[in-house]
Design a protein around this ligand. Structure first.
Ligand code: TRP
Length: 477
């Protein structure tokens, strides 16, 4: 049986057909070429809270420059090759991730246990979405905070108090978390893709422009140089082994790797499109947004004498200050948080979608039942993260493990998913591509020059697995 010519042709063939049709006139799928459609969907998944909320705060917590350098290295050496591998496996299998892996395994007479890679991913996505939605809720709450004008001319203390006020209020947090999860479920239940692509193509550039506006304001604070130095002058004395683990984990998190999302999207990618180029484009955009967010936030941190290592609240304690001081700040601030919600929304959808597809495929549930089921369980788990911010703030269930000391349920979910499960999923993907899949099939899928192909193969065979293993082992010791 040939996966390429029969199975996946019927699957991605539909997309190729429609993209050919749209070159003529007004086709039903919208205005995007297929390459653009994939880039939009993948960028929508990759660019999210990871770039704007998480990147600045983990950078601040881990001392800046040296951490950023390791993160950039992880993107280049581990992230991009693994994204290529995921997209390639997805396109070759032409099905949902679990199916793709078992189809390829079956075809090449491999151990069917490889489909476990897909299963780990689905569990990771489920756990991530539970706390992701809570942070998405913070963003929703800040639309009202900025729009009301109450930030205008506020001091750092007052802005900090508004944020602590939000965290200490479980009912409000629950309301916004519920709204965010409902937004994600509404899209997933309908299986809408094209509307999403259109939204991403307008909203992502808009978010980029707004970030540039904040960077422009940040340049006037007189602390821009200090922020640039903080972000780009590596001071290796500040780099810890756990910082390296966080940088590696974050590279997976921010590129949406390690849980087979890119595999799922790759199954829709037409055969004639370059996997390397598209993966590179998505990664560059994603990294660009994160660095811009850093350049927007750290000048404000230094100008106001705030603590770079303030933790998950960092953007909510700094950006509102900027919006309170700059001209038309309420307008820009409101727009900014609306766009942040959209970025988080498209990422949230990509976290729920694979779970729903899996339930449909494996358990034979229809889309409505599987979306409601998965969404509601995930929502309920999110309540544990909400309580970690207030009533359970001192509850560290695994505090007896030195490395996990003081970590709340929310911290633990973040730690285990981003720093353990995603790199592990990525490691398995690298091993699958590097050692298991047929070289011939991969050469055909990637269509690289022989030199580039070998470089990629060496990376997924040796460099990625060794890098992930070293980081894991060091952190266990
Ligand atoms: N990459 C997204 C962000 O940076 C989060 C995300 C969406 C994700 N889908 C994912 C992370 C899949 C890991 C795996 O906000």
């Amino acid at each position: 049986m040939s996966v390429t010519s029969s199975d996946s042709a019927s699957h991605s063939g539909a997309l190729e057909g429609s993209s050919a049709a749209l070159e003529g006139s007004n086709a039903q799928r919208g205005l995007w070429s297929s390459r653009l459609a994939f880039i939009l969907a993948a960028t929508g998944s990759a660019v999210g809270l990871g770039n704007i909320w998480k990147f600045p705060y983990v950078t601040g917590e881990n001392g800046g420059g040296a951490f950023v350098l390791v993160y950039l290295l992880c993107i280049a050496v581990v992230g991009i090759p693994i994204m290529m591998a995921e997209v390639m496996i997805g396109r070759r299998g032409g099905r949902s991730p679990v199916k793709s892996l078992s189809l390829i395994a079956e075809r090449d007479r491999l151990n069917p246990a490889w489909k476990l890679v897909g299963a780990i991913g689905i569990l990771a996505g489920f756990l991530i979405l539970s706390f992701y939605s809570v942070i998405g809720g913070w963003a929703i709450s800040y639309v009202g905070t900025t729009a009301s004008g109450q930030l205008t001319g506020q001091t750092a203390d007052a802005v900090g108090a508004i944020f602590s006020g939000l965290l200490s209020d479980p009912t409000t947090l629950l309301a916004w978390h519920t709204l965010f999860m409902a937004l994600v479920m509404v899209v997933v239940v309908r299986g809408v893709r094209s509307g999403l692509e259109r939204a991403v193509s307008i909203l992502m550039p808009a978010l980029f422009v707004l970030l540039l506006i904040v960077v422009g304001y940040a340049m006037t604070t007189g602390h821009f140089g200090q922020a640039v130095a903080f972000l780009f002058q590596p001071d290796f004395s500040k780099l810890t082994t756990s910082g390296i683990l966080v940088a590696l984990g974050h590279a997976f998190f921010t590129l949406s790797l390690g849980m087979a999302v890119m595999m799922a999207y790759g199954s829709y990618l037409p055969k004639n499109i370059s996997i390397a180029k598209t993966s590179m484009t998505v990664s560059v955009i994603d990294t660009g947004v994160a660095l811009l967010a850093g350049l927007a936030i750290f000048p404000i941190v230094f100008a106001n004498g705030l603590e770079p290592g303030a933790g998950p609240g960092l953007i909510f304690q700094t950006l509102p200050l900027a919006f309170g001081q700059m001209p038309m700040g309420s307008l820009f601030g409101t727009l900014f948080f609306v766009l942040l919600i959209f970025a988080a929304w498209t990422s949230g959808i990509s976290l729920l979608e694979p779970i729903v597809e899996w339930l449909e495929e494996r358990k034979g549930m229809n889309r409505t039942v599987s979306t409601l089921g998965a969404g509601i369980v995930c929502w309920a788990l999110g309540i544990a993260s909400i309580l970690s911010l207030n009533l359970w703030a001192d509850f560290a269930p695994l505090g007896f493990v030195p490395m996990l000391e003081g970590k709340t349920i929310f911290d633990l979910l973040d730690f285990f998913t981003a720093n353990i499960m995603l790199p592990l999923g990525g490691l398995l993907v690298a091993l699958f591509a590097g050692w298991v899949m047929s070289r011939e099939a991969m050469e055909k899928e990637l269509a690289l020059s022989p030199g580039m192909f070998n470089l990629w193969l060496i990376t997924v065979r040796f460099i990625t697995p060794v890098a992930v293993a070293i980081v894991f082992i060091y952190n266990l010791m």
